[in-house]
Design a protein around this ligand. Structure first.
Ligand code: PEP
Length: 252
């Protein structure tokens, strides 16, 4: 049985005060939740404060990106050991905004995956097609390549610690959501590729999140799909009430 994982990617939003207000609001509403894993991904600058504020909760806290090297002359970057050193446990790798605006490729995603897993940081690896690719019926090919190349040489043992997020680019921040059927089709394909590479036991245990304009009014229909195990949420994660409603999706 895969435990649902609802994660908020705050992107480049909030100042320190706003980050703590959001964290404390979620803490008030969600500290007792046991049957859903909750993840907060604030800007890297606020990680230590958000980790501190999450003391006494089960919330996972993680970074939105990292470099594949452990240290060195990489101005502006952070590494997996640095993430761990402030008490954070997770990292988002290969978000489409990193791919679109910062030159991230399947090759750099793969280097980051190896680096995170070696250090003991738990990665959420993002994949997803553009609108043009979907309209050209290339969705499954694109996602398959992203999965195979992003996970190149990852072992089955390591894969048990990986979360995959399917995020169609055309649905991110646009208000357009993939229908539950569209999302389920891609999630099922991802799981079958994982089974091919890592074996069925591992594939059945991997959580695959959906991301792309997930809101309180569509979360339940997505989460009832058999291969959708959670959500990676941008906009709706920035507000205490809407993120609370997402975590409480069973009541929607
Ligand atoms: C995201 O950035 O991962 C995302 C899914 O954003 P939004 O929920 O705003 O579409």
């Amino acid at each position: 049985m895969r435990k649902p994982f609802i994660a908020g990617n705050w992107k480049m939003n909030k100042d320190l005060k706003g980050a703590l207000e959001l964290t404390n609001g979620l803490k008030r509403n969600l500290t007792d939740v046991e049957d859903v894993e909750i993840g907060l991904f604030p800007p890297a600058l606020f990680l230590p404060d958000v980790v501190d504020a999450c003391t006494g909760t089960r919330f996972a806290v993680g970074a939105q990106n990292m470099h594949w090297e452990e240290k060195g002359a990489f101005t502006g970057e952070i590494s997996a050991p640095m993430i761990l050193s402030v008490g954070a446990t997770h990292v988002i790798i290969g978000h489409s905004e990193r791919r679109q605006h910062f030159g991230e490729t399947d090759e750099t995603v793969n280097k980051k995956m190896h680096s995170a897993l070696k250090a003991g940081v738990l990665p959420i690896m993002c994949v997803g097609e553009s609108l043009e690719q979907r309209e050209a019926q290339k969705t499954l090919d694109i996602v398959s390549t992203q999965i195979r190349d992003g996970l190149e040489s990852i072992t089955s043992g390591q894969m048990a610690r990986v979360v995959v997020a399917y995020e169609p680019i055309w649905a991110i921040g646009t208000g357009k959501t993939a229908t539950p059927d569209q999302a389920q089709q891609v999630h099922a394909t991802i799981r079958s590729i994982l089974a091919e590479i890592f074996g069925d036991d591992v594939a059945q245990g991997v959580r695959i999140q959906y991301g792309g304009s997930v809101k309180p009014d569509n979360v339940k229909s997505l989460m009832t799909q058999p291969d959708i195990d959670g959500a990676l949420v941008g906009g709706a994660s920035l507000d205490v009430d809407s993120f609370t409603a997402l975590v409480n999706f069973k009541e929607a």
